[in-house]
Structures are given as C-alpha cells and as structure tokens.
Design a protein around this ligand. Structure first.
Ligand SMILES: Cc1cc2nc3c(=O)[nH]c(=O)nc-3n(C[C@H](O)[C@H](O)[C@H](O)COP(=O)(O)O)c2cc1C
Length: 182
C-alpha cells in the first residue's frame, strides 16, 4: 500500500513538473560556437533528421529535402571553420531559394526543429543562411541537390564542450518592447 502511494506521488510530481520542464527546454537553447571534433552516431543523426521530417508545413506539403554533408572537405567549402565529425544539413526546396515564400518558411521550421532536437539530445547546433548563396551558385551539383532545388537554410550539428545554455546565449530584446496584448 505504502509503495503504491509512493509511486502515485512520484507520477503526480512528474505530471506537475512536465510543463515547466518543457518550457525550460524551449527557453534555454543557444546557437553553438564551441563545436569540437567527434563523430556523430547514426542514431543521433537519425533523431535530428526525424525532427526535421516531422516539422509542420503549409498544407502539409513537406517541400523540403535534407542533404547531410559529412565529408569534411565538402563541408569546409560551406563552413570553413567546421570541426571534423560535425554534419551540415542543407535544407532545400524547389525554386530559387529566395522567392518561394511558403517553402522558405517551411524549410525554416524544419531547420528550427532539427536545431532544437540536436540540443535536446546533448549536441550543439547552429542555423546558417550566410553560405546559402554561395552553395546555390557553385555547389549544387557537388551536393547532389534534387533537380530544380535550391538551398534555403543549413543546420550544423556536432559535439560541443558542455556550457551553461543561459550564459552562452546572446541577450534578447525585452518582452515589453516586442509583445502587445489586446
Ligand atoms: C535564419 C538564421 C540565419 C543564421 N545565419 C547564420 C550564419 O550565417 N552564420 C552564423 O554564424 N550564424 C548564423 N545564425 C545564428 C545566429 O547568429 C544566432 O541564432 C543568434 O545570434 C542567436 O544566438 P543565441 O541563440 O546563441 O543567442 C543564423 C540564425 C538564424 C535563425
């Protein structure tokens, strides 16, 4: 009887804490800078990619393709300072990567899902758009992007030295300057 009571208290505590823990996770992500060398496992990559595949999209059109760059020489042509073992996930969609509005937003959401999933499993992640134009100008065929696709956004994932997420993140504008209630 005592054991059942203890187990019940345990599960009630978990249920009461769950929303707070989830919010904590959503508030504490940061764009990693301190990537280190180290191989990613297939399971880690699969989890991150599944998060991208599971992302919401307009009319559930899922317009994206995910090109995983693990080859260091090729990855360095996109992000020159990349560490060995990091992966770049190039998210592409049909069109020029600039004017296909809904697809760009969808790819952005997939990128955010992968960014968050990577951090949820203890990896570092960072979103990049800086190299996208260069990729579309000169690397489409080396990357083997699907015909008619252009890169929209790139997510880097990799091992990181563990740091406190709150102190790692840059500051944000105050909610009072950003939020209006009516
Ligand atoms: C759409 C987008 C594009 C970004 N492009 C780059 C980039 O090209 N190079 C880079 O170093 N960081 C890039 N970042 C990372 C941002 O600089 C970073 O998310 C921002 O400074 C907040 O960092 P924090 O969450 O660690 O505070 C990009 C982020 C987003 C969301």
């Amino acid at each position: 009887m005592k054991r059942i009571a203890l187990i019940s208290v345990f599960f009630v505590c978990i249920l009461m804490n769950a929303p707070a823990q989830n919010a904590d996770f959503a508030l504490n992500h940061y764009a990693a800078r301190n990537f280190i060398a180290g191989a990613l496992s297939t399971a880690e990559l699969d989890t991150v990619l599944q998060a991208g595949i599971r992302a919401p999209s307009a009319r559930n059109s899922q317009p994206w393709h995910f090109t995983v760059v693990r080859n260091l020489a090729l990855a360095k042509r996109i992000v020159p300072d990349i560490a060995d073992g990091n992966a770049l996930i190039v998210v592409s969609a049909s069109g020029d990567g600039k004017t296909n509005g809904a697809e760009i937003l969808d790819c952005g959401l997939a990128a955010e899902s992968m960014y968050l999933a990577a951090q949820a499993i203890g990896l570092g992640s960072r979103i990049y758009t800086g190299p996208v134009d260069a990729v579309n100008r000169g690397l489409k065929s080396d990357l083997g992007l699907p015909a008619g696709h252009s890169a929209v956004v790139i997510v880097r994932i990799g091992k990181v030295r563990q740091v406190d997420a709150v102190s790692a993140a840059s500051s944000r504008k105050a909610a009072s300057a950003l939020v209006t209630y009516k």
